[in-house]
Design a protein around this ligand. Sequence first.
Ligand code: SAH
Length: 598
Amino acid sequence: MTPAVIVLLGANSIPVAKKIISVLPGAQLYGLAGRTSDVDVSFTEFGTTLRELFANGTPIVGICATGILIRTLAPLLANKRQEPPVIAVAEDGSAVVPLLGGLNGVNNLARQIASVLDVKPAITTTGDIRFGIALEDPPAGYHLANPEYAKSFMSDLLAGHSVKLEGNAPWLRNSSLPIDQNAERVIQITEKPVVSTSTRLVYHPATVAIGVSCTPPRPIGHPSSLAGRGRGWGSEEIALVQQMLADAELAPASVAGVFASTLDAANPALQAIADALNVPIRFFTTDEIAAVMSQNNTADVAMAAALAASSGQLIMQRQSFDFSCAMAIAPLPIDINTTGKPRGRLAIIGTGPGGGDWMSPEVKEILRNATDLVGYSTYLGLVGSLGNGKRWHESDNREELARARMALDLAAEGRFVAVVSSGDPGIYAMAAAVFEVLEREAKPEWQGIEIQVAPGISAMQAAAAKIGAPLGHDFCAISLSDILKPWSIIEQRITAAAQADFVIAFYNPVSKQRLWQLAETRNILLRYRHPDTTVVLARNLGRDGESVEVYTLEDLAPELADMRTVILVGSSKTRMIQRCDGSVWVYTPRRYDEDKTS
Ligand code: SAH
């Protein structure tokens, strides 16, 4: 489910919000600007913010009066099937009131919140109270085939009808439903695509495991034979699996997942099958597969994967010349969170130079969902409360390749790893290190990892924005660090950039041990640029102690910079505009033909 948002209107609500967040992983704090601090998102427009969250399906926990939530969301209440949970919590945590989202787990969410606040939730749904269950909102692992009948079915039971259970579902059997094996009304739990009626409610349990494998596994790096087939990856395999499901007369809603060996993780056809069935894919290690093979006396990896996932009974098996699939049914729904491992994900993200305002929504989303964060400790500090509840793997800034290797190994274990860089991850940061290790070491278990780079605002862009538009025309970036490249190359690049009249962004201008390089840079630049050339020194952008100062090239000295300074040296066209408050704007015009500007 989408992580929840906890809405605060004042600082008094913070202690209650912190308790609630402990049971809602990935939840974000939204605070009213001016009244709250230390929140993930500050908002000014309560109504617009809330309606936007609601319309996006985000569960909302408002630490405020029920009336405010009701009035704010009233215009949007059109379709109860699509309503996210909305809960009002009293500022002192003494009341938890589920308001909306009865079909999307609001009562369970309210129970969770109430239990951490040590109060009783104000649950008002009659069926829920009387029978201890909500027929319309079954627990994970059960899919209601005919939701349109659930309400009247429940009304019948509340009116005194009893119900017969066909099939096995402990949550129904252990409820307070009026069960009577001779009753006319039936709740059926089945993997079969049974026709449901107003007196027969059908649940499909997620008990079917589909095992898949390539025979033999394709060698890593070998272009998959599937790639060239032109009908999209895995179309023949998808057809085979779908035919197997149809032949076994099973409802697709009963498929819990697609299961495979980690050796096959890089094969795009397997993912395509899971996507086509709209179910997750999970992997077993070669040891796990081997153990099931020997227990069941089979050499078929697909069969072993299906059995490993279900601990159940094999019901069908199919094979093409290089692909095999098998189906097994478990006695109870398969918990996808504890069965096999998901495909590992590695997101190399840039947090922007400083605070949350300069962090992209994509990066925030990744931070919310990642299980592990890898990065230099200072950068990990930049992610704020989004890092709560994750495994942190801090390391020294210099060990870039070792850190990249560790991140890939963690992802290969099925974790969702975010490698955190400040600014943009592809600019003097971790993305290149990850790809370097990936290319050089090419471990087979890394091949199935889903890798993604999520950009951030780089220091030079933030600096430019603060002072105007100095990067308005052609520019380049040069790092003055000679740890990874020799000074002779840096010198050559500065010369070439100066000759070409680029605006130049200098990263890593100085460090405690490296001071002379900046002085030398100025000397080289002065051979080609006027001593009055505008230079912008931007320090601690987006962080405490931010400063943006303008000097001339002549005055540029190593003492003016530190490791958290980015320097922008103007081109011959870069200009300054005086502002009323004595400060300046700096910009580089895009036109060269000055006669035409008037
Ligand atoms: N990936 C980062 C750059 C990392 S290299 C980015 O895209 O911004 C480190 C250098 O970046 C620092 O020496 C400094 O030159 C610059 N830098 C990073 N964060 C900064 C900040 N908040 N303010 C000013 N400069 C910064």
